[in-house]
Design a protein around this ligand. Structure first.
Ligand code: SF4
Ligand code: SF4
Length: 294
């Protein structure tokens, strides 16, 4: 009789998971916020916490299977003002089979808790929201990250009224901290305007236009997956077809090379995985937190 193997039938995998639970509240109120914000009720917060803890438990349970995990939290709202996101990041960062754990955040939280994390593994994708926080306060938070030795990128939405703030921040951040600019949704840029933004972010060209993606090979659905609070697995946050569930293992048999079914991909967390773009080369191990290689 064959002995039971601790490995899944299809062998060990190196998986990148983008987790987005039910949390939808934020302590900021940006006029350009792409998310339908709400005030989470105590019950909704409890559900979000339970869902995150389930996901964290699943990730911890992959120890010994041969899987390695790279994890990015992409909440609809702000996660780091909630204790369970801070705890999850610290705990996950200490697991040997977790290569990277990162979260998209407005950095409004305190920073001292980061000292408990393994900072070779934890990283932050930080967005500066002028109008919600003063320049001085935000810069001071970045300096706290520098003092702690936290790996992070900083970005702004490329609204015309943010240009002066973005230039000032670029001048004041350490040279080694990448400042990215996301093209504002629905806004076209003349070449002259795009050049002004590219002077702040040399890679702005990737964000300026949506990327035609129909039929092109994309790593999502094979090595990159999106997971929601129930464990529903999709290839990415934009294609709604369900591949299976994380917790019953049904997603596993669906990990295949796939072409993109949508006409365009216009969000960095999606097109960064398009095989036809050189962004894995550009970002290397910093692909999740948007920190360019070297
Ligand atoms: S910080 Fe992010 S989630 Fe919060 S309001 Fe601003 S854009 Fe929306
Ligand atoms: S190209 Fe974008 S929309 Fe298409 S599958 Fe990849 S991440 Fe999803």
């Amino acid at each position: 009789m064959p002995s039971a193997s601790p490995l899944p039938e299809d062998g060990a995998r190196s998986l990148t998971l983008l987790y987005r639970g039910p949390l939808a509240s934020c302590d900021y109120d940006c006029p350009y916020c792409p998310f339908a914000k709400r005030r989470d009720s105590p019950e909704q917060l409890r559900s979000d916490r339970a869902a995150l803890e389930r996901f964290t438990g699943w990730a911890a349970g992959r120890a010994g299977t041969g899987d390695t995990l790279s994890l990015l939290f992409t909440p609809w709202g702000e996660g780091l003002v909630r204790s369970w996101y801070r705890r999850a990041l610290v705990e996950l960062s200490r697991l040997p089979h977790v290569r990277r754990v990162a979260i998209q955040t407005n950095l409004s939280c305190r920073t001292g808790w980061l000292a408990e994390a393994d900072l070779d593994t934890l990283a932050l994708w930080v967005t500066f929201h002028p109008g919600q926080v003063t320049h001085e306060r935000f810069l001071a938070k970045c300096q706290e990250l520098d003092a702690l030795g936290v790996r992070y990128s900083v970005g702004v939405v490329g609204q015309p009224e943010h240009l002066a703030e973005a230039r000032r921040l670029r001048a004041e951040l350490p040279e080694g901290v990448y400042l990215w600019v996301n093209a504002a949704e629905g806004l076209g840029y003349t070449d002259a305007e795009a050049a002004q933004w590219a002077a702040v972010d040399p890679h702005f060209g990737y964000s300026r236009h949506a990327h035609p993606s129909a039929g092109l090979p994309c790593r999502t659905g094979e090595s990159v997956l999106s997971v929601d609070g129930d464990g529903t697995v999709r290839r990415c946050h934009f294609v709604r077809d369900v591949l299976g569930n994380l917790y019953d293992g049904s997603y596993r048999a669906q990990l295949l090379p796939r072409a993109c079914p949508l006409p365009v991909c216009d969000c960095h967390i999606g097109y960064v995985h398009l095989e036809t773009l050189p962004l894995y080369e550009l970002f290397g191990a910093g692909v999740l937190e948007r920190v360019p290689h070297g």
